[in-house]
Ligand binder design. Structure first.
Ligand SMILES: Cc1cc2nc3c(=O)[nH]c(=O)nc-3n(C[C@H](O)[C@H](O)[C@H](O)COP(=O)(O)OP(=O)(O)OC[C@H]3O[C@@H](n4cnc5c(N)ncnc54)[C@H](O)[C@@H]3O)c2cc1C
Length: 594
């Protein structure tokens, strides 16, 4: 009989998940010398999470750029509302957009202090930044050298005395008298139970991948990190918290340059500026190229609502280009290409630099250049098929108030863990949100003298689950059950859904739950626990899809064959929670329950 050792850890602030949000939360909380701050990460903070291989851009309100234009924070929030399907249909959390927009510039200055480069000698932008268009009717996103983000944030955490515990998968939240009092985790390399007692907790376990099959079929070749299996949403559900937007399908099958590895090769709908034009195989231009903002105009020309109107028109003409191309492809009009033939040498170099900082772009650019003789100006990039992706940043996840606190006192959440269609929360949602949540958690921890006493039951329960998995003589390998779940979700819960199909999907999910999983070692134990989170996530997606009785291709990404039209009544977020073993639902509009 394999017995699991219990490791007790007492800490003032516990951060769960060490992606961008978790690292920033820990760094800010640890700015207070009186506090002990601990971060528990399933993988290794030096390279874990969506930004593990770097990010190249971050949106923000940027005072030195936007003030001379007469462009305000209110204008930025309004741009969000008017330019995105979520904003237009009542799915925008103004309060969260405002929180991120108004603090991200300061976070960027912090990141600079931690060693990330944001300034460039050749830049004409005030402060020598590189700022490009993205979501707003003014250039509003920094381009920067983002590859070393995770090592630098890890170094800063160490400098501030954060206790980093890598290779531990947090599985349960502990609640005492309505407030958070800690968490339970399981080692992924050594099968041990971690019993955390904490005065405040920040949950930052990222998004939810591996619910659907990935487009290549190669194991773990997912857009988001495969370690992000919705553990945060699952443990929050079991703690009785509402989770929102679970029914949304973030990516519809479409065409994308570079297909599933998404290096953003100057795609005009993306954030890479200047951008290439899109052409078909005959050379017909489908989307013309875009150019840099003319910085000579800064301060001389003011931003006006007319500028917004023109920009929105242009954006709409490009809008959903990847989806449109998928439709053209289905009519036999492909293939399509990104084409940089018209780019200047400087533009081509700029794009290459940018790609090298974008996610896995570094490796792809090196491979294409060194091994395939790739020349950005001569080698056209084909748009290839791309399946649904569950990456969505700040899309599906925990419902929080404007202070990023959940309904359990002293439990905060940040980054991709938060769900409420902060549309492209993305890196700024994690960096600025994580920092803010860490600060809030530190304040609460400071105000609390004693540790709430509890958690023995949760530790015992988790120990029993792990022992059962490790000691089972016969059972299913985790992978078999995961593939079953992915097939189930693809078949019963894709872009078109219906009551009958969703109910059948739920029945089949019950079979999966009944399948006894078996683990032969700590690695397999961790995978089994992940599969359990995927089951919880899948159940929330199926149930919420059943509850939402309408079709909402934008922004939720799916239709119901039995409710073919969008309904005004459903122009709101849907939350799901567990109460005494039963699923309950609630609607939210803006930041309030309806
Ligand atoms: C390839 C790629 C490129 C991108 N480029 C950009 C960009 O240029 N600009 C931009 O704004 N955004 C970009 N994004 C989005 C952005 O990177 C993410 O929104 C952001 O990094 C999310 O940070 P996070 O901390 O919330 O989540 P993550 O970075 O995903 O971190 C979550 C962490 O939690 C850990 N974890 C999960 N479960 C557990 C558990 N049970 N216990 C303990 N730890 C756990 C994970 O291992 C992970 O380290 C990109 C995303 C991808 C995938």
């Amino acid at each position: 009989m394999k017995e699991l050792k219990v490791i007790p850890i007492e800490t003032d602030v516990l951060v769960i998940g060490g992606g961008l949000a978790g690292c920033m939360a820990a760094i800010n909380a640890a700015g207070n010398k009186e506090l002990k701050v601990t971060l528990a990460e399933k993988s290794d903070t030096r390279a874990s999470g969506k930004a593990g291989t770097g990010v190249d851009h971050a949106w923000s309100y940027i005072p030195p750029v936007h003030e001379p234009m007469g462009y305000t924070l209110d204008d930025l929030v309004e741009d969000w509302r008017q330019s995105t399907a979520s904003g237009a249909s009542g799915f925008l959390r103004d309060d969260l957009v405002r929180l991120v927009a108004s603090t991200m510039y300061d976070r960027m200055l912090d990141l600079e202090k931690f060693g990330i480069n944001f300034r460039y000698e050749d830049s004409k932008v005030p402060g020598k930044f590189r700022v490009v268009y993205q979501y707003f009717s003014v250039p509003g996103s920094f381009n920067f050298d983002g590859v070393p983000l995770k090592p630098k944030l890890t170094a800063e955490m160490k400098k501030r005395g954060v206790q980093i515990i890598n290779r531990v998968q947090v599985t349960d939240l502990i609640k005492t008298d309505g407030q958070i009092s800690g968490a339970v985790g399981v080692g992924t390399r050594i099968a041990e139970i971690y019993f955390f007692k904490a005065k405040a907790v920040v949950l930052c376990a990222g998004g939810q991948s591996r619910i659907h099959r990935n487009p290549t079929g190669v194991d773990f070749n997912t857009f988001g990190p495969p370690t992000c299996t919705g553990d945060g949403a699952a443990m929050a559900l079991h703690a009785g918290l509402p989770i929102v937007n679970m029914e949304s399908l973030s990516g519809k099958p479409n065409l994308r340059a570079g297909a599933n590895y998404n290096p953003n090769y100057g795609d005009p709908r993306s954030t890479v500026q200047p951008a290439a034009r899109i052409i078909d195989w005959k050379g017909n231009i489908i989307v013309p190229r875009t150019r840099f903002y003319d910085w000579e105009k800064l301060g001389k020309e003011k931003w006006t609502p007319e500028v917004r109107r023109k920009w929105l028109e242009e954006r709409r003409s490009i809008g959903n280009i990847r989806g449109r191309m998928a439709e053209m492809h289905d009519r036999g009009e492909g293939p399509f290409y990104l084409d940089f033939a018209e780019a200047t040498d400087y533009e081509a170099q700029y794009i290459e630099w940018s790609i090298k900082n974008e996610g896995r772009g570094t490796q792809f650019m090196r491979y294409f250049k060194d091994e395939e003789g790739f020349d950005l100006k001569k080698t056209r990039q084909e748009y290839a098929g791309y399946g649904p992706m569950e990456f969505g940043t700040g899309q599906r996840g925990l419902w929080v108030n404007r202070g990023l606190e959940t309904e359990i006192r002293n439990l905060f959440a940040a980054g991709d863990e938060v769900g409420a269609f902060l549309n492209a929360a993305a890196a700024p949602g994690a960096l600025a949100g994580g920092w803010y949540a860490g600060g809030m958690a530190a304040t609460r921890a400071l105000a609390q003298k004693k540790f709430p006493v509890a958690g023995e039951e949760e530790v015992k329960g988790r120990k029993a689950i792990c022992s059962e998995l490790l000691n089972r003589e016969r059972g299913f390998f985790w992978k078999e059950v995961e593939v079953y779940l992915q097939n189930l979700m693809d078949f019963y819960c894709g872009g078109i859904r219906s009551e009958a199909m969703l109910k059948r999907g739920l029945e089949r999910l019950d079979y999966a739950r009944a399948a006894p999983l078996k683990a032969d070692n700590p690695h397999e134990l961790a995978r089994c626990l992940e599969v359990k989170s995927i089951m919880d996530t899948a159940e929330m997606v199926l149930r919420c899809s059943l509850e939402r009785k309408e079709s909402r291709p934008e922004p939720l990404g799916f239709r119901r064959s039995d409710y073919p039209q969008p309904s005004q009544e459903w122009s709101c977020f849907l939350g799901i929670r567990l109460e005494d073993g039963e699923f309950k639902y609630a609607k939210y509009r803006g930041d309030k329950p309806v």
